[in-house]
Design a binder for this molecule. Structure first.
Ligand SMILES: C[S@@+](CC[C@H](N)C(=O)[O-])C[C@H]1O[C@@H](n2cnc3c(N)ncnc32)[C@H](O)[C@@H]1O
Length: 217
């Protein structure tokens, strides 16, 4: 982490502790990431032509109040390595890496423009603890990093989610992890017999509907 990132991290930790987050564009600017500019340049019709309509590729990064809550919820567990599956332009990765310096963060994201932007900002902030890869979470050929926590922050439509979970089930047999999910998809995920719901820290269910599962295949 370079000097500039260390300064940003100090401010972010204060904001995180107080829980009073400014608007998302202000947070992006604080973290030094220009998501809006990148998203504006992604040609959606071209994405549809290339990937079809089955993947949830149109929704960009989650609002920061969600991401703030994610890290509040993860605090009692404190994973060592976190993968954001469908990492968008990296809000989770940057927020996390600046908040928790000792944790390694990984992103896998399907849309190359988002990966390129994420990697550019990783370099700019000198964040050795963050890596982002281009890949489709459902495809065997696209490697999944070995981690102890995987987040699915609303990344898959119902057609794709079973495929991604099938892959994660196999992955979990060798590399068990905590699976964090949110919002749509939660009900389907909770039905999987290879996942065991876990509760720790604050009540597991609240208005954000974060859920935690132990995944060991
Ligand atoms: C709702 S955004 C979440 C972004 C980020 N995780 C966050 O919480 O801010 C979902 C992301 O998943 C990506 N995505 C959708 N299907 C995917 C797939 N099969 N493999 C990898 N990424 C995918 C989309 O392109 C999009 O950037």
């Amino acid at each position: 982490m370079n000097k500039k990132a260390k300064k940003i991290a100090k401010t972010l930790r204060k904001i995180h502790r107080k829980g009073k987050l400014p608007e998302d564009d202000v947070m992006d600017a604080l973290l030094g990431i220009q998501i809006e500019k990148v998203e504006d340049k992604i040609p959606l019709p071209e994405l549809v032509r290339q990937y079809g309509v089955k993947h949830r590729i149109y929704q960009g990064d989650n609002p920061y109040f969600y991401i703030h809550r994610l890290f509040e919820k993860l605090e009692p567990y404190r994973p060592e390595k976190i993968l954001d599956l469908g990492s968008g332009c990296g809000r989770v990765l940057f927020y996390g890496a600046l908040l928790w310096e000792e944790v390694d963060f990984y992103g896998v994201e399907m849309i190359p423009q988002r990966v390129k932007a994420t990697n550019k900002w990783i370099k700019k902030l000198g964040l050795d603890s963050v890596q982002c890869f281009q890949g489709d979470a459902t495809k065997k050929k696209d490697a999944l990093p070995v981690v102890d926590c995987i987040c699915i922050m609303n990344s898959f439509f119902p057609y794709v989610l079973p495929k991604a979970l099938k892959r994660l089930k196999k992955h979990a047999k060798k590399n068990p992890f905590l699976l964090v999910t949110v919002s749509t998809g939660n009900l389907f995920i909770a039905e999987q017999d290879w996942l065991e719901e876990v509760y720790f820290g604050a009540p597991a269910k609240d208005e954000f509907d974060f859920r935690f599962f132990w995944a060991c295949g």
